[in-house]
Design a protein around this ligand. Structure first.
Ligand code: SF4
Ligand code: SF4
Length: 186
């Protein structure tokens, strides 16, 4: 065990090792928390989250919803006085949660995957198709009813249109394939 910025850091190799390396120079100044536009909705502040990473509190970290609420705006990364890759570290936590198939993050993972699937197929998201794919992946027959009032409102205003899901032209297939290759190398 070693000490950095007053924090006892466990040197064990675990699922958090890569993220711990990203934030090991954190001085706990709180600038990331003060800069984050989503902090109001987080149960653990970004500053505290990085402290928990340094302390190896894996269970508490993945019990928290903080990283899943990160919208990758990069404010914290730009303002961190130590120049730490905080947005990337938040993304790495999301990837671990997705890879481990944590039940708590299943909904947001499926939301993201089906959003990107629609973009891959058509080069942009087709809202109606995306929601159809998402509802079918969620396998929850009551879910569409929860979104129905909003969907009707948007349709009345001409913001969304009825669309039958299709395979599209896959114009972005090359980009998606390349991104997958890069991810696999990590
Ligand atoms: S802004 Fe940087 S140094 Fe300050 S608490 Fe956040 S991660 Fe640590
Ligand atoms: S990148 Fe994420 S954690 Fe950082 S300020 Fe933006 S929303 Fe908050």
């Amino acid at each position: 065990m070693k000490e950095e910025a007053g924090v006892q850091i466990e040197e064990k190799h675990d699922v958090l090792t890569q993220i711990r390396e990203m934030v090991q120079a954190c001085i706990q100044c709180g600038t990331c928390t003060g800069s984050c536009p989503n902090e109001f909705a987080m149960d653990v502040t970004p500053r505290r989250l990085w402290r928990m990473v340094l302390m190896g509190r894996e269970e508490e970290i993945f019990h928290s919803k903080t990283f899943s609420l990160c919208s990758s705006c990069y404010y914290c990364t730009l303002r961190c006085p130590r120049g730490l890759p905080l947005t990337e570290a938040m993304g790495a936590l999301k990837q671990i949660a997705a890879k481990q198939g944590l039940a708590k993050y299943r909904q947001s993972c499926l939301f993201y995957q089906n959003f990107m699937e629609s973009v891959r197929r058509h080069g942009r998201v087709r809202e109606m198709e995306f929601m159809t794919l998402y509802f079918s992946a969620m396998k929850n027959p009551t879910l569409p009813f929860r979104f129905a009032p909003l969907g009707m409102k948007l349709m009345r205003k001409g913001k969304v249109h009825i669309q039958i899901p299709s395979r599209g032209k896959g114009a972005l297939n090359g980009i998606f394939r390349k991104a997958k290759e890069l991810e696999a190398r990590r």
